[in-house]
Design a protein around this ligand. Sequence first.
Ligand code: ADP
Ligand code: MG
Length: 622
Amino acid sequence: MGFLQLNVLNQIEPLAAVGIDLGTTNSLVAVWENGRPKVVHPEGDNGYVPSAVYFPADGAPIVGKEARERAVFDPEHTIFSVKRFMGRGVTDVAEDLKGVPFKAHSGKNGVIEFDVRGRKLTPQEISALILEKCGEVAARATGGRALQKAVITVPAYFDDAQRQATRDAARLAGIEVLRIVNEPTAASLAYGLDQKKQGHVAVYDLGGGTFDVSILAIEDGVFRVLSTNGDTHLGGDDFDRCLVGAALTELSHSVDPRKLDDPAFRQALRLAAEKCKIELSTYPEAEMHIQIPDSNVQWRRRFTRREFEVLTKVLVERTLHSCRRALADAKLEPSQIDEVVLVGGVTRMPAVRAAVQQFFGREPHTKLNPDEVVALGAAVQAHVLSGGTRDVLLMDVTPLSLGLETVGGAVAKVILRNSTIPCQATEGFTTYVDNQTAIDFNVLQGERELAADCRSLGRFRLSGIPPMPAGLARVAVRFHIDANGLLTVTAKEQSTGVTARIEVQPQNGLSDADVQRMLANAYEHAKDDFAARRAAELVTEIGTMLRATEKGLAEAKPQLDRETILDIEDAMKNARNACEGRDARELQRARDAFEKATLPLAAVLMDNFAKKALTGKVIGEV
Ligand code: ADP
Ligand code: MG
């Protein structure tokens, strides 16, 4: 039994630098793991860190989920949406301050200060607490290593003061900022668009409370913001409000309006509306239900997706209006946009996707989770800035086919390109010559038909096969790609159970450009390749025929006439020559002639075999 471990995974683990999406509603941390970015979650839940800080009467401030829950009962002592106040003066954000339940005033240098339980806290300090919490989440996920370095994202429209405030917050949290990156740039990085030489990208980000659209230019893998537009008060909350409004109108016919003003009821109604909205992204219909205050009555109402789309049409149109202005500022037509990236939870709405697709005239990228895409891109940037390579594809599909070299140099594809991972497939193989006790496997990646034109990912040998005639051994070769893109190839001989395996990282070292080149090559050579593959198969087949014929001649020569023997020897010579030349047509002709010439030999051998079998049987019965 042979277990072959090839050291093809010699990747050096870079320093633990993470990406942080410091959001208005939620903040996310992503780390680099097994060649790709991954969002990590707070202990015990699969959500993110709500960007909220609660100040209890005594004790340390509480950050995240618990703080958001406290906000419902103790709104004065919970600070949220702090991102709206970063680097701004009180006069800049007078409107925003009216909308929040906590108090603020202008401190020194015009910096906003929140008043909480007699303490004065700047937005930087609040953000620092959120960043610290993100650091804890990251540390827990990376096995206790303290977070020291991070890439932090900000909206593209943030000015210098807002960016500086974000840097200061990180410094207060003890985090070294590797770089402040624009959110749309991070989203584009997550999709690997930096691998493009040039082009224009539109990033459409519809979040909980804000809408941003950014037009970026890619120049040699570097992003430049051409324009931004949006609405700082347009987001998922407004979509919820459309349902809340519809519900209140209907309820007001049957319920005392004073009851409907109850804050707890309003909060519950808002949550019911959000739940209904989210379901409508997946199902054509969803039910909104809520307990009527001071009664045991449940109010229920089914909404169809169509109905919801009509209610929210104006909101979607407002976003498109911003897109139009952003394009005008960038002096571009929709047709000049090469890539569209969707960010933000609301872009899961089919109507939003369709509207964006129609507006830009191309299908947007949607494969990554729109809530996470900014954090993922930040982690990519952090990985690169801390010395890692970015030659890894951020796709959860196999970019190229994977297979094995067969005898004669052809390729048997086992997993086809664009298969989503994780995935697995099994192919059967057998021995090629009698008494062969080992098989060598060459694991290949690529679209071409010949092994020599594909990339070899590694070789391994299955030995310990019991001696038996060619073609009798049954070897199952299983290809398995796990969620991290790690490929394990296992070969197992069925009668004895002997097994050998190899692990390889198929994407290792291949850039998007490499993949494109390999694909282009495959298409270009498709016709030649087909002929070459056929030639390889014929060479193999002729090889088998030659060996069988030699064996047959050794046994049955005396039973054949001279003419037949000469014919066979001639055909063998031609076949051998054709194998040297490797021309598919020539090989085919030689093979067919060879087969014809050996027909009399085959007849004699069959006859002998039948006689032997018969004799054996008779003896056996005696
Ligand atoms: P932010 O960046 O402002 O923190 P997110 O990008 O996390 O916001 O988006 C949050 C918004 O997305 C919320 O309004 C939420 O209700 C909405 N949302 C989440 N999932 C879906 C869904 N499947 N369909 C529609 N809206 C969704
Ligand atoms: Mg966001």
